[in-house]
Design a protein around this ligand. Sequence first.
Ligand code: MEV
Length: 313
Amino acid sequence: MKSKASAPGKVILFGEHFVVYGVKAILCAIDKRITVIAEDTSERKISIKSNIGELELEPNKPISEINSPLKPFYYLANKVIQNKNSGIKISVESEIPLGVGLGSSSACCVAGAAAISKLFGNVSKDEILKLAIEAEKTIFQNTSGADCTVCTFGGLMEYDKRKGFTKIGSEPNFHLVIANSNVEHSTESVVKEVSKFKERNEKEFSKLCEDESLLIENVLELLKENNITELGQKIIQNQEYLETIGVSNDKLRKMIQIGYETSFGAKITGAGGGGCIFALTDESNVENTIREFKNKNYECFSVKIDFKGLDTF
Ligand code: MEV
């Protein structure tokens, strides 16, 4: 039997890093997807094929001994076939650039959890999310769970590490222009650096958490009003907090400056240190913003909010 699932990537609009420490974040799923096809096999092996490589192993290997970015798929397949007499073949296709802060690994975990578990019966979205977060923890132990949550449920949402997510009812008509620094980053190591910053600057960090919480409350109001100009100002303010905790660098700052020229505001999305930035635009400035980045030789594209989330076939 074969089963297929796809999950969207994501942009963190506000609150990355602070969300790890209990501050609310605002995220949206984007209209670029990862698709996973899973097939049960009579041979008791787990094999995974994707455009970042291949992995083929017997079941029941200790996860700590696997050194591959495809480890979360192995974890999921191995867990699901524990009491079964079969193997699993997995193939992965991605429209999302990998490892640059657009939720490729969370979307892999969500679509992987759905496709693999659906081979053996129906599973709810809540259960898939739980499995996906377990799988994500094999590569990033300290995850807040925000990315897998938005990749599962889609749309625009506020997320709290302890309380979970609340969908935001408004459907703002903005376009996000994403520009890629093409500098790979490891979310885990950037999150570790931020924890060191916090240890060295406890007071300053807790003030930044308060400021970020306040900003998020303001943003929730602005989203209801669809006030894109003010939202842009909040994005610029959020970027300042990210600068303070040390997750930006010269290349990202340069890109953000390009974004400022034509858009309402621009900031890092995701862990930072490399990866992508986004610029907030609407119909009036989306093309100009893309042109600015392309003229300066940055890989760049625009996305809209995906309201569907995880899809299974
Ligand atoms: C990574 O996309 C977002 C971080 O806030 C980490 C997390 O929330 O798990 C940096």
